[in-house]
Design a protein around this ligand. Structure first.
Ligand SMILES: Nc1ncnc2c1ncn2[C@@H]1O[C@H](COP(=O)(O)OP(=O)(O)O)[C@@H](O)[C@H]1O
Ligand SMILES: O=P(O)(O)OC[C@H]1O[C@](O)(COP(=O)(O)O)[C@@H](O)[C@@H]1O
Ligand SMILES: [Mg+2]
Length: 440
């Protein structure tokens, strides 16, 4: 259970410098649409959860609100900023970079902003990467393209060497844009910064196409990627309906969390089955997936199956899962296995089928952000700049139940966000597809 201590935000010191944005803050109040900096946002949001704490109101777990402060820690005229993007792509990375640079330069007057290339390796001398000077002119149109102008990478780097680079360049604030791995890497960097007694703020903007970071609303880029995935699901439906015994089989990203598969299915109600890592399924037997699918195709003439890449790993025999450079598990190909098993099962029963296999994987995360995500990226970038200029560190900025908040990095990596098999989302998927609660 998340405690008040888990939500405590680290700061580099007192804020004594008037913010250039102070005049805009005026006499704001806490309303449905804004929170004053002295207020806090409850972590729990139901009567039973709040009541169950049995705590006085001022001890209830609560989050520090995001947003501009009247006074800031850093002197903008003397502040140097670094930005780095790490891990897998997600639509909107360039929008976040652009938002950071424009807010820093235009509204705080911070002029020295550099981008580190190709993830954390951009700090490490042996990779020989130069830094990229980031100005409004450089970033103005980068949001038209997917990917990240800085490049990204996987694979752990030595936090000591990262902080060496920060010291050599006199960086006062580092923005890290990445997922759980990046945030863990940032925590190592914060540890070394503390050991060296440096006053450097490290602020994260969480990025996860899989939506596997907990306690926050969806990551930026998730809506764009999910929308892109629906195109493949619809194409699978067209193919399935156009052939005798047509089966459209779509494999989507989602290493440990099946959110992309769930939401893209709900958006385009074409799928008859969704298989996700969080819900194991039996393949064989009268009540297994294969026989259920065969009967569905016999009844309706076609079917669409959406499978997250991390689903059904219990059926991948004899293949030791590999790991990527960051230690993330690389699963066996459940899509190709299912394709083979479906054809074999139908053949064994003399049921005609034509399987059309779709694997749009990278296509859904390498596209530019849609307008919603572009606006979301900009707002997250603004929140990140406000937090960093106010001396917050070892935090990610996130949107939680419509409010922008400062979330400590340790909490953000304390667990993984999963689809709850007993939750509303999965119930909606079962209702939309009509698939049984379990295949056993
Ligand atoms: N457990 C870890 N501890 C420290 N640094 C890590 C850890 N995992 C990943 N990193 C760093 O974060 C970067 C991105 O992590 P990765 O897992 O590839 O992507 P993501 O951040 O999107 O989850 C890696 O290149 C590595 O430098
Ligand atoms: O980009 P790679 O190294 O091929 O890894 C692909 C994996 O990256 C992901 O897109 C997630 O990336 P992150 O680990 O950066 O969150 C998974 O959905 C997918 O399995
Ligand atoms: Mg990750």
């Amino acid at each position: 259970m998340v405690s008040q201590e888990d939500l405590a935000v680290r700061t580099l010191g007192p804020c004594r410098i008037d913010s250039p944005l102070a005049a805009r803050l005026g006499e704001r109040q806490t309303t449905q649409h804004s929170v004053v900096e002295e207020d806090r946002i409850l972590f729990d949001d139901t009567i039973s959860m709040v009541g169950g704490r049995g705590l006085p109101i001022d001890q209830l777990p609560s989050l520090e609100p995001g947003g501009p402060r009247k006074q800031i820690y850093f002197d903008p005229a003397k502040t140097r900023v670094g930005i780095v993007t790490c891990g897998g792509l997600c639509p909107g990375l360039n929008d976040v970079i652009r938002g950071l640079v424009l807010e820093l330069s235009r509204h705080y007057g911070v002029r020295r902003i550099v981008g580190f290339r190709n993830g954390y390796r951009g700090f490490i001398p042996r990779y020989g990467e130069d830094v990229l000077d980031l100005t409004p002119e450089v970033v103005m149109d980068i949001d038209d393209e997917g990917g990240t102008i800085l490049g990204t990478s996987r694979g752990e780097q030595d936090a000591e060497e990262v902080v060496d680079a920060l010291e050599r360049l006199g960086i006062n604030i580092l923005f890290v844009i990445g997922g759980d791995g990046t945030i863990r890497g940032a925590m190592d960097v914060v540890r070394v910064i503390g050991e060296r007694g440096l006053k450097v703020a490290v602020v994260g903007i969480p990025k996860t196409i899989d939506n596997d970071i907990p306690y926050i609303d969806q990551s930026f880029g998730f809506q764009t990627a999910m929308a892109e995935a629906t195109k493949s699901i619809h194409a699978a439906s067209v193919e399935a309906r156009s052939a005798p015994g047509g089966i459209g089989l779509v494999k989507l990203m989602g290493r440990h969390s099946g959110f992309i598969a769930c939401y893209s299915t709900l958006a385009k109600d074409d799928a008859d089955y969704v298989l996700i890592p969080e819900v194991p399924f039996a393949l064989d037997g009268e009540r297994g997936f294969l026989e259920h699918l065969r009967r569905r195709v016999e009844d309706r003439g076609h079917a669409v199956v959406v499978v997250a890449e991390g689903a059904g790993q219990e059926h991948i025999q004899g293949e030791e899962p590999g790991r990527d450079a960051s230690g993330n598990i690389r699963f066996g190909d459940i899509g190709r296995l299912l394709r083979r098993l479906v054809v074999d099962h139908f053949d064994a029963h003399g049921t005609e089928t034509n399987v059309r296999y779709f694997d749009p994987s990278y296509a859904i995360r390498s596209v530019p952000a849609n307008p919603f995500d572009s606006a979301y990226c900009l707002r997250l970038a603004h929140a990140a700049v406000h937090a960093a200029m106010a001396g917050r560190t070892e935090v990610i900025v996130a949107r939680r139940r419509r409010r922008f908040v400062h979330m400590p990095m340790p909490l953000a990596v304390s667990r993984r966000n999963h689809v709850d098999p007993m939750g509303d989302l999965w119930l909606s998927v079962l209702e939309a597809t009509g698939q049984p609660v379990r295949f056993e």
